[in-house]
Design a protein around this ligand. Sequence first.
Ligand SMILES: [Zn+2]
Length: 117
Amino acid sequence: MAYRRLTHETSRLLKKKLPAAFTVRVRSAQKLDPQYQALCSLEGSGKQRYFLIRISKRLSDEQARDALIHEYAHAVSWGHLHDQQEDHPWHDDVWGVNYARVYRVANEDEEDSFHEK
Ligand SMILES: [Zn+2]
């Protein structure tokens, strides 16, 4: 299940710097419903639970990386509200704050060099 290098590098960086409560697995998806660029879900049960991020193969490398950043924010935001309420909004405030954190970490190198004195 090889996936793109750019996405792979970002995924490694995020897992290292912003670990989620669950193992996060990123896959390149051949047969994703065309209306979605990427999807995420919590799979397995008990201690075997893992967060699965599927990114459509139709996306460009840049789009795939953006999709990963969006979905990874879901991975770090996932909590009891998602588990207990079927209709809990996906893009709530917690997700928004985490999206900003994930975005910063993913683009850290560029920001560092930009602010270097
Ligand atoms: Zn989302």
